[in-house]
Design a protein around this ligand. Structure first.
Ligand SMILES: *[C@@H]1O[C@H](CO)[C@@H](O)[C@H](O)[C@H]1NC(C)=O
Ligand SMILES: *[C@@H]1O[C@H](CO)[C@@H](O)[C@H](O)[C@H]1NC(C)=O
Length: 363
C-alpha cells in the first residue's frame, strides 16, 4: 500500500516537473515568436556575458560664461600658455548631414579635418564617393580638409569577406594619413566615427588646458534616428589623444579614463530612407539584416517614428534590470536644448533631426 502511494507520488512530481518545463518553453517561444534566436541569447546576456571593466569618470564642468582658466582648474588641469593644434580624424561612409553638423561645430577649434573615404563598403559592396561628390557643401572648411581616397578592390565572389578585416585595413591607412597630416607631438587628435560629435566647448577645453592624460575616452549621449530619441549616456568609443608616435587610430577600449558628457552620438541619423538601406547593408553588422523585409522603406519609416529597433533586437545590457527597463521603444523627447549649435541655427534645414521630424523622404 505504502509502496504504491510512493510510486504515484513520484509519478506526480515527475509530471508536474514536465508540465512546468513545457510551460516555460512555451512562454519563451511566445515571447520570442516574432524575433529570432539571437534575441534569446541577448535576453540571457546577463547570464553569459560580463560587462566591460568600469570606467573612471572625470567630472566635466561647463557653463557658457565660465572663464577657461577656472574650467581648467576645476578639472585639475592648468591653463596652457598656448593653444594646441587640433586634428579631427574620421572614416566616412555616408553620414553627410552629421558631417556638416560636426565640422560646423568644431570648425573654430580644429586645425585640420582628416577624412578617409573608400569606394567600397566594409562588406565589399561598391559605393559612391559620397563626400567627394558633395564636397562643395563643405567649402566653408576647404582650407582645413585633408582628404584620403582608399580604393577598394571587389573580392572574387567565392572569397569570404570579413567586414572587420576591411575595417581594420581602413584604420591602418588612416594612421598613415594622420602621420602625413602635419601633426606634431603634443597636438590634440580626436578619434571617432563621423556620428560621434564632440561638443565644441569640450574640444576647446582640451586644447587650452595642460596636464591632460595622454588618452581619454569621451562619453557621449546616445541618440537613435534623431535628437528626438535620446537613448542613454553610454557611448564611450570616441577618444582624445595627446599625439605621440604611439597614438593609433582605434575604436576600442584604450584606457579607464573617460570625460563625462562630451558630445553626441547620433546613430542612424539619416535624412533619406535610402541612406538607411545603404548603412544597413554596408557596414560591419550587415549580418543583422536577417530578412529582406528589414529593408522595406515603409517598415523602416514605421520603426523611425516609433523609436523602435531596425532589426528587432534587444538592447545590449548586462543586468536583467537594465535590459528589461530598456526593452521596447525609445521614449520621445521634446527637448532641443544643448544640441550642436549649427543644428539649432538651421533648424528648418535639419528638421528631420529635431522633435516632431521623424518623417523621412525616400531619396
Ligand atoms: C559673462 O561674463 C561677462 C564678462 O566676464 C560678464 O560681464 C557678464 O556679466 C557675464 N554674464 C553672466 C550671465 O554671468
Ligand atoms: C575603386 O576605385 C579604384 C580606382 O579608381 C578602382 O580600381 C576600383 O575598381 C574601384 N572599386 C570599386 C569597388 O568600385
Amino acid at each position: 500500500m505504502d509502496a504504491r502511494r510512493n510510486v504515484t507520488k513520484r509519478g506526480f512530481i515527475r509530471y508536474t516537473f514536465l508540465l512546468l518545463l513545457i510551460l516555460v518553453t512555451l512562454s519563451f517561444i511566445a515571447i520570442f515568436n516574432h524575433t529570432q534566436f539571437q534575441n534569446i541569447t541577448s535576453f540571457l546576456r546577463p547570464l553569459w556575458d560580463t560587462p566591460p571593466p568600469p570606467f573612471q569618470y572625470i567630472p566635466h564642468y561647463y557653463a557658457e560664461n565660465a572663464s577657461i582658466n577656472n574650467l581648467c582648474n576645476l578639472h585639475g588641469w592648468t591653463l596652457s600658455s598656448e593653444p594646441r593644434n587640433v586634428f579631427d580624424a574620421i572614416l566616412f561612409s555616408n553620414e553627410l548631414d552629421l558631417l556638416e553638423l560636426r565640422w560646423r561645430e568644431l570648425y573654430p577649434y580644429v586645425t585640420k579635418f582628416i577624412i578617409l573615404e573608400s569606394n567600397m563598403t566594409f562588406t565589399g559592396i561598391p559605393k559612391p564617393l559620397t563626400f567627394a561628390l558633395n564636397r562643395h557643401r563643405f567649402a566653408f572648411a576647404e582650407e582645413k580638409i585633408i582628404y584620403g581616397f582608399l580604393p577598394g578592390e571587389v573580392p572574387p565572389s567565392d572569397v569570404h569577406i570579413d567586414p572587420f578585416l576591411i575595417e581594420s585595413h581602413h584604420r591602418s591607412i588612416m594612421n598613415e594619413l594622420i602621420r602625413r597630416s602635419g601633426i606634431s607631438d603634443g597636438d590634440l587628435l580626436i578619434v571617432s566615427d563621423t556620428d560621434e560629435i564632440p561638443s565644441s566647448h569640450t574640444v576647446n577645453l582640451l586644447r587650452l588646458c595642460d596636464g591632460l592624460p595622454s588618452v581619454l575616452h569621451l562619453e557621449m549621449r546616445n541618440y537613435l534616428y534623431s535628437f528626438e530619441f535620446p537613448v542613454d549616456y553610454n557611448s564611450w568609443r570616441a577618444t582624445a589623444h595627446i599625439y605621440s608616435r604611439w597614438s593609433r587610430y582605434r575604436h576600442s577600449r584604450q584606457t579607464d579614463l573617460i570625460l563625462s558628457d562630451a558630445g553626441w552620438h547620433c546613430s542612424f541619423c539619416f535624412r533619406h530612407l535610402s541612406d538607411f538601406v545603404t548603412k544597413m547593408t554596408g557596414y560591419s553588422h550587415a549580418d543583422r539584416v536577417k530578412r529582406k523585409e528589414y529593408l522595406d522603406y515603409s517598415r523602416i519609416q514605421r520603426k523611425i517614428c516609433g523609436g523602435d529597433d531596425l532589426y528587432d533586437m534587444l538592447p545590449e545590457e548586462f543586468s536583467f534590470k537594465k535590459l528589461i527597463g530598456k526593452m521596447g521603444s525609445v521614449p520621445r523627447s521634446s527637448s532641443a536644448v544643448h544640441l550642436p549649435g549649427y543644428l539649432i541655427e538651421n533648424a528648418e534645414k535639419f528638421k528631420f533631426l529635431l522633435p516632431g521630424g521623424c518623417q523621412r523622404s525616400p531619396e
